[in-house]
Design a binder for this molecule. Sequence first.
Ligand code: PLP
Ligand code: COI
Length: 344
Amino acid sequence: MTKAPEPSTIDWKNLGFEYMDLPFRYLAHWKDGQWDEGELTEDSTLHISEGATALHYGQADFEGLKAYRTKNNEIQLFRPDQNAQRMQNSCKRLLMPTMPADRFIDAAMQVVKANEDFVPPYGTGGTLYLRPLMIGVGGTIGVHAAPEYIFTIFAMPVGAYYKGGVKPTNFTTSYYDRAAPHGTGQSKVGGNYGSSLLPGDEAHKAGYSDVVYLDPATHTKIEEAGSANFFGITKDDKFVTPKSDSILPSVTKRSLLFLAKNRLGLETEEGDVFIDDLDRFKEAGAMGTAAVIAPIGGIEYKDDLHVFYSETEVGPITQKLYNELTGIQFGDIEAPEGWIYKVK
Ligand code: PLP
Ligand code: COI
């Protein structure tokens, strides 16, 4: 694997969302009922048994969070406790051991600190994306939980996830589902993403940024995008986002529900978003750690493109939400209590 380039040679303003093999990652092993001490390592290759459950039976879950460089050149994490908690929930769903939240956060801090030179400069829009991952390993062939586990956190500098960044792009719907009712949609597990690859590829080939999945039971309601939750702004300024047991409980969504209400003074609602009732929205977007807030120009459904605010301009409320969220993340705007963790 090619190692990351010298930080001084990186074009920070034009980073996409690509893997980069940074100098350090954190690695811990679980065996005989407990985690070892864990450590930073320079080896970016995992050495695992061919009988690992992660390879056969999908015993694999992950997280995504970011480190931000502030104007004062400090580095901070945004709500890592929420990712730690969600990963514990995903692990329980897949019958995997959990990583205590304090250890998860400490490991994330260690990885940021060790790769500090790769945290993009303030003002470039770039961030250091952290990818915590847990997999079942050890030799197994029956369909049951693995005897051993690996927990790792690796990192890389990233820019926009959807190519438009904060410019609108179009999304489409799909015949396929990413998750089932009572399945694993609520958990951040590898299998959900495996099943989204084919519909995602079809969407990209047709010129769309991503699929907006419909509810798997009736295909009448918007659930979420392949890599982000959905929101719409109604004509009377309400921030609306789908409520469903088969979507990922997004940290960004939870944060925006709070900010929309308490900072922008908007009414908020988690409820049904019917695909044939998109006229109620004047703006729409996708929200997530990687996506940040990606304005949705339009959604294609049954050969019809429903345009919200504009296919080329970001709507004013979406822009305000973006400014508030990223202002907090980069340390320019005061954060609600407990949202920011300084990396020391
Ligand atoms: N939905 C899916 C399917 C995702 O992969 C993500 C990304 O993590 C999100 C939503 C957004 O979640 P968060 O805001 O916690 O990153
Ligand atoms: C994230 O936003 O952190 C994600 O995990 C989305 C995607 C890259 C899978």
